[in-house]
Ligand binder design. Structure first.
Ligand code: GLP
Length: 256
């Protein structure tokens, strides 16, 4: 297994620029790239950096096809708390990606299991994900693959854990709190040709350390990513708690 690289960015802004630059290179090589976006607080600044690039070149994302990772069950796109709404406002609108070039999860469908099967099929029918942007959950979840999710999982419905709901509470606000989500599975994510995982903030330091040093196990779903052959992890200094020593022996580099 090749060692995963950990790139250390000087700040969240630097992290965003580095991630945006990586994606830019891929789009230049393949304008019709299939992109899959994470939601959450961490990638917001990356999408803002991409929006800057889109303002300089209006055609940059014209042929990019956009997917995203997950959605709360029961939430329609018109609900500002939904991930479809997040992707529309942070990714599709600012980057100028049209509705016909995106596939948003439909949280308010009658049959979530059918929507999961359809989402998996739609990714496959478009030729798979070229570039996957990921965040890291405090308990090691990726997308909404909570601890216990097997490596072979495809798009599926899951029950949200208390810890994830607590972390996401500020963004969920008032109103009915979802109990379930639909998510790309771990195998769905592992199929991406290139993955960039973003980790920002001191709160994530323990999870990031476990990601690199703990066992590969469904107890910490992100650990499966260590078996991916084209993944870059970009963390800011606070996510390593400013303690580079802790990461000795790993492939740690200053982000370019
Ligand atoms: C949610 C999303 C994940 C995301 C995680 C971390 O649970 N389903 O895809 O990675 O939050 O979000 P944040 O970046 O806000 O810490």
């Amino acid at each position: 297994m090749t060692a995963i690289e950990l790139w250390i960015a000087k700040s969240p802004t630097h992290l965003a620029q580095v991630a945006a630059e990586l994606l830019l290179k891929q789009i230049q090589a393949k304008p019709q790239l299939n992109l899959s976006c994470a939601t959450g607080a961490t990638p917001v600044s990356v999408y803002a950096a991409l929006a800057d690039l889109a303002r300089q070149n209006h055609q940059l994302f014209a042929d990019v096809h956009c997917f995203h990772l997950d959605e709360y069950v029961g939430m329609s796109k018109s609900d500002p708390r939904s991930y479809a709404h997040y992707i529309q406002s942070h990714v599709l609108d600012p980057l100028g990606i049209s509705e016909s070039k995106s596939r948003l999860w439909r949280g308010d469908v009658a049959d979530p299991h059918e929507e999961c099967a359809a989402y998996e099929r739609d990714i496959r029918d478009r030729g798979g994900i070229d570039f996957q942007i990921l965040g890291l959950g405090l308990n090691g979840h990726i997308a909404f693959n909570e601890p216990g999710t097997p490596l072979e999982s495809r798009c599926h419905m899951i029950a949200l854990t208390a810890s994830t709901l607590e972390h996401n509470a500020p963004h969920l606000g008032s109103g009915t709190i979802p109990t379930h989500a639909m998510t790309a599975g771990i195998a769905t994510i592992m199929d991406a040709r290139q993955i960039v995982m973003l980790v920002s903030g001191k709160k994530k330091a323990a999870a990031l350390h476990q990601f690199f040093t703990g066992p590969i196990s469904s107890k910490f779903p992100a650990s499966f990513l260590r078996q991916h052959t084209a993944i870059t992890v970009i963390a800011d200094l606070s996510a390593i708690d400013n303690q580079r020593d802790l990461w000795k022996g790993l492939s740690v580099y200053d982000a370019p």
